[in-house]
Design a protein around this ligand. Structure first.
Ligand SMILES: [Ca+2]
Length: 271
C-alpha cells in the first residue's frame, strides 16, 4: 500500500508540475501572437514606402531634362549673333540722324501736351512790327509768357488790318520767323492766340506753320483755318502741330491771316 501511495503521490506531483507548465506557457504564447500582430502593422507601413520608391521613378523624367544641354548648345549660336546687329543699327541712327521729312511727316493739331525744352524761349523773332494806330498790343512772342485771359494791354500782341489801312499786316497777313539759333530736332510747334470774337478781335482766318534748316527753303507742316464765332466769345488756346516724328529745323515761320480788324496772339513755342 505504501508503494501505491508513493506512486500516486509522484503521479500527482507530475500532474501539478505539468499543469503549472501549461498554465504558464499559454500566457507566453498569447503574448507572442500579440507581438506578432503588432509587427504586421510596421510591415504594412514598410510596404507603403515602396510606392514612394515608385514615385522616385520620375528620376527617369529627370533624365528627360537632359534636353537642357541641347538648349545650352542653342545659346551660343543665335543669341550672340542676334545681339551683334543691334548695336550696328543704333550706330547707323546716330550717324545719320536726318530727321523726318517735314513735307510728309504725320501731324496732329493736338498741341496741348509738350515736353522737353522750349527752343523758342527768348529766341529772336523777325517780321514783328507793333501796331501803329494808337493801340499798344506789343507783347513779346518768345518771352515765355502766354496770356491766360483776354485783356486789352501788352499781354497781347495785336495784328491789325482794315482794307486800305494796312497797319502791321500786309493785306491782312503777317509772317513771323523764329530763329532757334541752330538746327534742332523738333516735335511740336504751337502758338497761343485768341480764338473768340469780341470788340473787333476775332479768331485768325488761318495760320500756317513752316520749318527751315537754312532760313531760305521753307517746308510747310500745314495750314489751319478757323471759323468766326457768331456770338461774343473769349476763347483762348494753343494752335499748331505735333509731329509724329521729329524734324530738323532752325527757323520756324508762322503766317497769320487776320480776320476782321484785330487778331491777338501772344507766344510761339517750339519743342
Ligand atoms: Ca509772350
Amino acid at each position: 500500500m505504501k508503494k501505491f501511495a508513493l506512486l500516486l503521490a509522484v503521479v500527482m506531483l507530475l500532474g501539478v508540475v505539468s499543469f503549472a507548465a501549461c498554465t504558464t506557457n499559454p500566457p507566453a504564447e498569447s503574448s507572442a501572437p500579440a507581438a506578432s500582430s503588432e509587427e504586421p502593422a510596421p510591415a504594412a507601413s514598410s510596404e507603403e514606402p515602396a510606392p514612394v520608391e515608385s514615385s522616385e521613378e520620375p528620376a527617369p523624367v529627370e533624365s528627360s531634362e537632359e534636353p537642357a544641354p541641347a538648349e545650352s548648345s542653342e545659346e551660343p549660336a543665335p543669341a550672340e549673333s542676334s545681339e551683334e546687329p543691334a548695336p550696328a543699327e543704333s550706330s547707323e541712327g546716330q550717324g545719320d540722324n536726318p530727321g523726318a521729312d517735314p513735307a510728309t511727316v504725320k501731324t496732329s493739331t493736338d498741341v496741348s501736351k509738350v515736353s522737353g525744352t522750349n527752343y523758342a524761349l527768348n529766341a529772336k523773332v523777325t517780321g514783328k512790327t507793333n501796331p501803329s494806330i494808337g493801340n499798344d498790343y506789343s507783347a513779346d512772342l518768345t518771352d515765355g509768357k502766354a496770356s491766360s485771359s483776354l485783356t486789352y494791354d501788352n499781354n497781347w500782341f495785336g495784328l491789325y488790318y482794315q482794307e486800305g489801312k494796312d497797319s502791321n499786316t500786309k493785306d491782312g497777313e503777317a509772317k513771323f520767323v523764329v530763329d532757334l539759333g541752330e538746327v534742332k530736332s523738333i516735335s511740336v510747334i504751337r502758338m497761343n492766340t485768341f480764338l473768340g470774337a469780341t470788340s473787333g478781335i476775332l479768331a485768325p482766318e488761318s495760320v500756317k506753320f513752316e520749318v527751315s534748316e537754312d532760313g531760305k527753303k521753307y517746308v510747310s507742316l500745314g495750314k489751319q483755318s478757323f471759323e468766326a464765332a457768331t456770338e461774343p466769345d473769349t476763347t483762348l488756346g494753343w494752335i499748331g502741330y505735333s509731329l509724329e516724328e521729329n524734324v530738323n529745323a532752325q527757323y520756324v515761320r508762322v503766317t497769320v491771316k487776320v480776320r476782321g480788324v484785330w487778331t491777338f496772339m501772344n507766344e510761339i513755342e517750339v519743342y
